[in-house]
Design a protein around this ligand. Structure first.
Ligand SMILES: NC(=O)C1=CN([C@@H]2O[C@H](COP(=O)(O)OP(=O)(O)OC[C@H]3O[C@@H](n4cnc5c(N)ncnc54)[C@H](OP(=O)(O)O)[C@@H]3O)[C@@H](O)[C@H]2O)C=CC1
Ligand SMILES: Nc1nc(=O)c2c([nH]1)NC[C@@H]1CN(c3ccc(C(=O)N[C@@H](CCC(=O)O)C(=O)O)cc3)C=[N+]21
Length: 294
């Protein structure tokens, strides 16, 4: 019935971050800094990295972008991460995924100082989240939770079905929902009767990477649907860019769901806003200041 305007919610969050950045600058005498590392020249990744740099600067933070050739070795990348760990001006480090096949992403993430791990991918942060301690929380699921709380208020007792169990979206999403007292089911490629399971959800989160897989008849009337998928369809004609679609068949789902996030303009902008928020939180913590409260 209604579209959840992630772009607008993200803009508001970014304004709040910018205000706190100003406070930080006055107090500490420098801006919070975010380092983004991109290995190789995947065009899609390039776009995200550019957008992140721009948003960082717009929030009043300092942006350091490291573009490395695709042939960079794991050792070289880890040495760069260590340099960024030691760099006083860097509060947050994000290494863009996926990495080329010859680099083990786990080893690279392990090398990031957990205090600067603004993606929330380090096992220390994943562990803290799962036991309910203060943690840097992965930006995409945190953004989804923000939208859900804004839409629904209290999530207690609601049945949430998360489709997808990746370490960067599905698993942390499930942890966050559990923390909010939802009853959580995690579905994946081996799940049986997925349409039926999805239909039992009050909250349905799709994080699969399959264009428009979730159909209207998988959705319980009145459910809230969060579409994390970012899929580029093949171009309709030559020289064009393909359309961007989510994991949910939006046109069909919109009339069944109470509220649903569009793609683009839903979860994507929230991810970037949460990255800025995490960088701010990391900067405050590194300087021994009280948490900024956002
Ligand atoms: N908006 C944003 O900011 C972001 C968007 N994304 C997008 O979200 C999507 C998911 O990303 P990510 O979690 O990294 O993806 P992964 O490929 O890591 O994980 C996909 C998950 O979906 C499950 N899956 C695959 N096929 C099916 C199926 N047919 N039925 C049920 N489950 C299935 C997989 O199951 P199994 O584990 O069994 O293989 C897996 O758990 C992608 O479209 C990605 O582009 C990602 C990050 C940020
Ligand atoms: N270490 C790491 N951290 C990440 O957070 C990370 C990553 N690697 N690798 C890639 C994925 C993907 N991701 C997106 C961020 C913003 C949009 C976004 O802003 N999308 C816009 C539209 C973008 C467009 O038009 O292309 C929207 O949905 O409205 C999308 C996707 C972060 N990721």
């Amino acid at each position: 019935m209604s579209r959840i305007d992630g772009k607008a919610v993200a803009a508001k969050l970014r304004d709040e971050v910018a205000e706190k950045v100003e406070h930080f600058r006055r107090k500490v005498g420098r801006a919070p800094g975010l380092a983004v590392v991109l290995v190789g020249d995947d065009p899609a990744s390039n776009v995200y990295v550019g957008a992140k740099g721009k948003a960082t600067v717009e929030a009043g933070m300092e942006s350091f972008t490291h573009r490395l050739p695709a042939a960079t070795s794991e050792g070289e990348l880890i040495r760069l991460v260590r340099r960024l760990n030691a760099d006083e001006k860097v509060d947050g480090i994000l290494v863009q995924l996926p990495l080329p096949d010859h680099i083990d992403a786990d080893r690279v993430i392990d090398a990031i100082d957990p205090k600067k791990d603004v993606d929330g991918f380090h096992v220390i942060n994943a562990g803290r989240l799962s036991v309910g301690q203060d943690a840097l929380v992965p930006c995409t699921p945190y953004g989804c939770l923000h939208l859900l709380k804004q839409q629904l208020g209290d999530l207690s007792g609601k049945h949430a079905v998360v489709i997808g169990r990746s370490n960067i979206v599905g698993k942390p999403m499930a942890q966050l929902l559990l923390q909010e007292n939802a009853t959580v089911t995690i579905a994946h490629s081996r799940t049986r009767n997925l349409p039926e399971l999805a239909r039992s959800a009050d909250i349905l989160v799709a994080a699969v990477g399959r264009p428009e897989m979730v159909k209207a008849d998988w959705i319980k009337p009145g459910a809230t649907v969060i579409d994390v998928g970012i899929n580029r369809l093949p171009p309709a004609s030559e020289g064009e860019k393909g359309r961007l679609v989510g994991d949910v068949d939006f046109a069909g789902a919109e009339s069944v769901a109470e509220a649903i996030t569009p793609v683009p303009g839903g979860v994507g902008p929230m991810t970037i806003a949460m990255l800025l928020r995490n960088t701010l939180v990391a900067a405050y913590a590194r300087e021994g200041l009280d948490a900024p409260g956002i």
